[in-house]
Design a protein around this ligand. Structure first.
Ligand SMILES: O=C(O)CCC(=O)C(=O)O
Ligand SMILES: [Fe+2]
Length: 336
């Protein structure tokens, strides 16, 4: 249950170009300063039923089908090391399978070296004519990217800086990950690491997101909990027709912690659960250095350029050690 200690503000996208724009911009900033979570209503062109169908179309298929687009780590015949399908890994407290992709970068972009798997093109599964999986998901990626930028424009206005201050961090080759996910319920005894202190069973352990900003489609499933400042876990009630927005470590760190990357986790709901996070992420060489406000205003403690790719690879592979990241190679041509 959401209670007064974790009040999730609602941003209505149908109002952001009205005379209320500045007020809404302030609400975005206050929300990011206080809870780090927002509900985003009325996103234009966002088809939640289509997203649910995408999940069912893909995850209901037999493993042999999904294996055609599985990462090389699980099938040495495949070339993809980052994008595509990852399976449930037994023994992990994070119990999920996923398919992920990003926007394809232009051919021959000199900033995209061959070993830079952040820009790897996803392998797409063969379609059977019952659902336009690739076309639908690619179009939805662009809808969510646009929504993310619109929210960042609001954040900038609310901060009193140029509305487009965040745009260049993404440019036209963001490293965003669009992931459809399926959490199958536990069929065997969960590992010890999947139990919380208060005896609940996890399907995603407590974490902060590492990327810049996340827009989550969670359909109407329960199970998502956030941690309050006092350490208590509180469920975020589903809000039909709304996205959940939260920010990740990258954005929080750039803002010196003023904006919160709030801890959250997902509890087993004893049935199949689907969720679709859009992990909006900077371009590989986007500047995510601390003291961003100094860069934006010219006033404050020194800002130094740091690049997103090397920084986030280190966080996910070596610090957080996520199962789907720790199997990835270093990018030798692009040391920070
Ligand atoms: O499935 C959910 O509700 C949240 C998933 C999540 O937090 C994540 O994938 O980072
Ligand atoms: Fe998350």
């Amino acid at each position: 249950m959401t209670d007064c200690r974790f009040d999730v503000p609602v941003i209505d996208m149908s109002q952001i170009y009205s005379e209320n724009r500045k007020t809404i911009a302030k609400q975005v900033v206050v929300g990011l300063e206080n809870t780090g979570f927002l509900f985003i209503d009325n996103v234009e062109n966002l088809d939640y039923d289509g997203l649910y169908k995408s999940c069912k179309w893909f995850f209901d298929k037999p493993f042999e089908f999904k294996r055609t687009v599985i990462r090389k780590f699980w099938n040495s015949e495949n070339k993809n090391i980052y994008r595509g399908y990852f399976p449930v890994v037994e023994g992990e407290p994070s119990r999920k399978e996923g398919f992920e992709f990003s926007r394809d970068v232009k051919e021959n972009d000199p900033a995209v070296t061959d070993d830079n798997w952040f820009y790897e093109k996803a392998p797409w599964p063969e379609e059977d004519g019952t659902f336009p999986f690739k076309a639908f998901l690619q179009a939805t990626y662009e809808t969510l990217h646009k929504t993310g930028l619109e929210l960042l424009h609001l954040a900038a206005i609310g901060l009193g800086i140029d509305e487009h201050s965040f745009d260049d961090i993404f440019g036209d080759r963001p490293c965003s990950t669009f992931r459809i996910m399926h959490y199958p319920p536990w069929t065997t005894a969960p590992p010890q690491s999947a139990y919380t202190e208060d005896g609940k069973v996890l399907i995603t352990p407590s974490h902060t997101d590492s990327n810049f900003l996340t827009l989550l489609t969670r359909f109407n499933y329960g199970g998502l909990e956030v941690q309050t400042d006092s350490g208590e876990w509180i469920e975020v009630d589903p809000r039909p027709g709304s996205l959940v927005m939260n920010i990740g470590d990258t954005f929080s760190r750039m803002m010196g912690g003023r904006f919160k990357a709030t801890r959250h986790r997902v509890i087993d709901i004893h049935e199949d659960r689907y969720a679709v996070p859009f992990f909006m992420s900077p371009r590989y060489d986007g500047d995510i250095g601390v003291n961003f406000m100094t860069k934006a205003t010219g006033v404050g403690e020194e800002h130094q350029v740091e690049h997103y790719g090397p920084w986030v690879l280190n966080v996910m592979k070596y610090q957080k050690k996520y199962f789907e990241y720790r199997v990835l190679p270093d990018i030798k041509s692009l040391k920070a």
